[in-house]
Design a protein around this ligand. Structure first.
Ligand SMILES: [Zn+2]
Length: 335
């Protein structure tokens, strides 16, 4: 053992671990100090990871099992020269202690993070960043899959109870936009932008995450979507999209009344109303003298319009190469 290079440690009363290189007191070097993480200071741990002055004593074998990056890191370390603490090699990383803590909880505790509905988007972002950095493929795939539940690519999945149950209480769709951009997950972008565009201008402009491009992308999407809806709607004296015809089934039915259609149409022009969960107008809107055939025709037309709007969401994202859902799905989610 090379004593001139090896590191010795002593524990100080305040709990800080200070490093000493033989003959040279480096205790003044704050970079060599760390406090132990209470949860992950495992007695039989074989490695100490230090993130932002917090030490985690864990197992090289466990980390290597999940991450090729950790495995390569440990395989290529030089035991004789590296920093040590209580027989454990010390590895200093640039991650935040909080990010590392939650990554370790995910890797060590089977139940942690299994219920993704309890996993807010800030935590999911942190885990995705760590999973990607350390190439933990299984975790990456799980997180991306959960994102596609929250921000699905089909209307059927969007309206599903599975999604309703998965959405966390503090759901912030603007973070979905940020995640899509930071981690290159294009399939979640249309719904993330759509949900963000419903938040209103103050929230979009003032409440965004620290990604400069996020509010701009939302506002461009919002303007495009509202323009499309306006174009689809009134064309001077009526709707271009919905069927307009006199009733052919009943001599007493006046057909679909224009004023009622206009009232219904206005709901689509207000983004705060949830277009894709809006129920079609009923007899209460058109009047009791409207026959069932006309009401059924309206219902069919309105649902078809919601389908058409959904289909066009990708084309509102200002990404010419990803103009359709198929194009978004094609480049894969870069897992
Ligand atoms: Zn009718």
């Amino acid at each position: 053992m090379d004593h001139t290079k090896s590191l010795k440690r002593r524990r100080e009363a305040d709990g800080l671990e200070r490093d000493f290189e033989e003959g040279v007191d480096t205790s003044a070097d704050a970079a060599l100090e760390f406090t132990r993480n209470d949860e992950f200071w495992l007695k039989d741990g074989t490695i100490v990871l230090v993130c932002a002055a917090v030490g985690f004593r864990v197992h090289q074998s466990v980390l290597s099992m999940h991450s090729t990056v950790f495995r390569d890191m440990f395989e290529h370390s030089s035991p004789g020269r590296d920093e040590h603490f209580e027989e454990c090699a010390v590895v200093r990383l640039h991650d935040s202690a909080d990010d590392m803590h939650h990554l370790l909880k995910t890797l060590y505790f089977r139940s942690y993070g299994q219920d993704k509905s309890k996993l807010g988007l800030p935590r999911l972002t942190s885990l995705l960043r760590m999973a990607r950095k350390y190439f933990i493929e299984e975790l990456q795939a799980e997180l991306i899959k959960h994102l596609t539940v929250l921000f699905p690519s089909t209307l059927e999945k969007y309206r599903s109870p599975e999604r309703d149950e998965a959405v966390p209480g503090d759901f912030d769709p603007m973070l979905g936009v940020a995640i899509s951009e930071e981690f290159d997950v294009p399939t979640i972008l249309p719904v993330a932008l759509y949900l963000s565009s419903r938040l209103g201008l103050p929230a979009i402009l003032d409440g965004g995450p620290p990604h400069a491009s996020v509010p701009r992308a939302i506002l461009l999407f919002r303007e495009e979507l509202m323009g499309r809806i306006a174009d689809d709607g009134e064309d001077g004296d009526g709707h271009s999209f919905f069927a307009r015809f006199p009733c052919r089934k009943s001599s007493t039915c006046p057909g679909l009344k224009q004023t009622a259609m206009n009232l219904e149409w206005r709901r689509y022009r207000r983004l705060e109303i949830h277009i894709f969960k809006m129920r079609p107008a009923t007899e209460a809107c058109f009047g009791a003298d409207t026959c069932k055939h006309c009401l059924a025709t309206w219902t069919k037309g309105e649902m078809a319009y919601q389908d058409a709007l959904w289909k066009n969401l990708p084309s509102c994202c200002q990404r010419p190469s990803m103009y359709t859902w198929d194009a978004l799905m094609d480049p894969v989610t870069t897992v």
